[in-house]
Design a protein around this ligand. Structure first.
Ligand SMILES: [Zn+2]
Ligand SMILES: [Zn+2]
Length: 216
C-alpha cells in the first residue's frame, strides 16, 4: 500500500488543497479545504477516493474556510490544527469578510493535534509536527514511507511563510523549519500551501531564507 496525492488549488489565493489517499483502501483525506467544495468533491470522484476525514494545517481562511461546510456536508471528522490556532479559526467569518471569501464559518476540530501525534488514513499513518511561526498552531503532516510532507504555509519553493500576522514570529518559523523539517531528510518532497512542490534538500541548497548558506 502507498500514499497517493493530488493537488487542487482553491480560493482566490490558489491554495494547494491536497487530496491524500491510501491506494489499498482508497480511503482519503482533504488537507486544507479552504473553499471551492464542488471542485474538491469532483477530485474525489475522479480518483475514486472515499473521504474519511479532513486535516487542517492552520487556521487561515484560504486553508480552513471550507472546513465547516465540508465537514457538515459529508459528516467528516476534523483533525488539526494545534489548539494555539483557535483564535484564527474563531475569526474565520471576519477573515472571509476581509478577503471577500466565504461565507466561512468557525468550527471545532474533532481532535486538536500536537507534535508527536499520529493521524491515520486508510492503512497509512501520518506523523504530526508542530511548526509554529507563520501561525502559533501550525502543524505539518508527514508520511515517512513515501517521504511526503504537507507543510502548509511554513515553507515554499524558494520562500517561507509570512510572519507579520498576530502571533507570527520569524525566528520561531526559522527554528521550525531547520529543527523540525530538515531532520526528516533532504529527499523528502513537500506540498506547500501555495506554488509548486519541492524537496527539503533543494531548499537547503537554494532557498534564500532558510538555505544552508543563507543561515551561515
Ligand atoms: Zn497561512
Ligand atoms: Zn495560505
Amino acid at each position: 500500500m502507498s500514499l497517493k496525492a493530488t493537488l487542487i488549488p482553491v480560493t482566490p489565493f490558489q491554495q494547494n488543497c491536497s487530496l491524500l489517499w491510501c491506494d489499498e483502501t482508497m480511503k482519503g483525506a482533504l488537507v486544507d479545504p479552504g473553499g471551492d467544495i464542488d471542485k474538491l468533491m469532483e477530485a474525489c470522484k475522479e480518483n475514486g477516493v472515499e473521504l474519511e476525514k479532513i486535516l487542517v494545517t492552520h487556521g487561515h481562511i484560504d486553508h480552513a474556510g471550507g472546513v465547516a461546510e465540508l465537514s457538515e456536508l459529508k459528516n467528516l471528522p476534523i483533525e488539526g490544527p494545534h489548539e494555539d490556532d483557535k483564535f484564527w479559526i474563531d475569526g474565520l467569518t471576519e477573515q472571509g469578510q476581509q478577503f471577500g471569501i466565504g461565507p466561512a464559518r468557525p468550527f471545532t476540530p474533532t481532535r486538536w493535534l500536537t507534535g508527536g501525534d499520529q493521524v491515520t488514513l486508510g492503512k497509512l499513518t501520518l506523523n504530526v509536527l508542530h511548526c509554529p511561526g507563520h501561525t502559533p498552531g501550525h502543524v505539518v503532516f508527514y508520511e515517512p514511507d513515501s517521504g511526503l510532507a504537507c507543510v502548509g504555509d511554513v515553507l515554499f519553493k524558494g520562500s517561507i511563510g509570512r510572519t507579520d500576522f498576530p502571533k507570527g514570529d520569524h525566528a520561531t518559523l526559522i527554528t521550525s523549519i531547520t529543527q523540525m523539517l530538515w531532520p526528516l531528510g533532504d529527499e523528502v518532497a513537500f506540498i506547500p500551501g501555495h506554488g509548486p512542490m519541492s524537496t527539503f534538500g533543494e531548499e537547503r541548497r537554494s532557498n534564500p531564507f532558510v538555505g544552508d548558506s543563507a543561515l551561515k
